[in-house]
Design a protein around this ligand. Structure first.
Ligand SMILES: O=P(O)(O)OC[C@H]1O[C@H](OP(=O)(O)OP(=O)(O)O)[C@H](O)[C@@H]1O
Ligand SMILES: Nc1ncnc2[nH]cnc12
Length: 223
């Protein structure tokens, strides 16, 4: 299998930060990490938590994938960095552990990476929202449009009910179509959607607008 070379994508994008003592206390313009993130199309969301900057710098951006013009936010490099991965899960768990959430719904495929560890840590069940024809039982389905195409997600009937308080987890919000479809599935069975949580927001695509007043929590904003 030929290996595709990605000149703009570093193999190991996690240079160790300099020791605190080596950093200047006076900032003349953006930090080196911030300049790197901006060059690569990723900006840390101003959350005030130091862990977010490291998470942002661990995400690789691949231009023109899967189509020309798309800046693909690749979270697989975040997964290569155990500290960044753990910090990502911890930040979500810290936010949701006392919110009475009974179900974490993860969207295929990348919501299956972040959703289950959050669900286990907060003592909630995990429900996979899957692409069509993958779930064996009776399902309800929602169609939606994407930044690069259309798709559908399905949920098992009976997995979630009107007594549930739900958290929807995915890696990224772009146009908001996927999260909107996920929220619709949960609300159709009467669940209360407490919040949607994503690692990355492509804020220029205004996905939040599509979700109306449903709250979305994100760690990293990308251009
Ligand atoms: O906000 P939206 O415009 O709906 O886009 C966001 C969705 O797009 C990506 O998944 P994708 O559909 O590429 O599927 P995959 O995770 O199976 O590759 C991403 O993981 C989100 O689920
Ligand atoms: N730019 C992007 N990067 C990664 N996943 C996406 N899903 C939709 N747009 C995306």
């Amino acid at each position: 299998m030929p290996v595709r070379r990605l000149p703009s994508a570093p193999a190991l994008p996690h240079p160790a930060p300099p020791p605190r003592s080596a950093r200047s206390s006076v900032r003349l313009g953006p930090s080196l990490g911030e300049r790197r993130r901006r060059r690569r199309g990723v900006a840390a969301m101003a959350s005030g938590d130091a862990r977010v900057a490291q998470i942002a710098s661990s995400i690789r951006v691949i231009p023109d994938f899967p189509k020309p013009g798309i800046m693909f936010q690749d979270i697989t490099t975040l997964l290569l960095d155990p500290k960044a991965f753990r910090d990502t899960i911890d930040l979500f768990v810290e936010r949701y552990k006392d919110k009475g959430i009974t179900v974490v719904a993860g969207v295929e495929a990348r919501g299956f990476i972040f959703g289950p560890p959050i669900a286990l840590a907060i003592g909630a069940k995990f429900v996979p929202l899957r692409k069509p024809k993958k779930l064996p039982g009776a399902v309800i389905a929602e169609e939606y449009s994407l930044e690069y195409g259309t798709d559908k997600i399905e949920m098992h009937v009976g997995a979630v009910d009107a007594n549930d308080r739900a958290l929807v987890v995915d890696d990224l919000i772009a146009t908001g179509g996927t999260l909107c479809a996920a929220v619709n599935l949960l609300e159709r069975v009467g669940a209360k959607v407490v919040e949607c949580a994503c690692v990355i927001e492509l804020h220029e695509l205004k996905g939040r607008d599509r979700l109306g007043d449903r709250p979305v929590f994100i760690l990293v904003k990308a251009d």
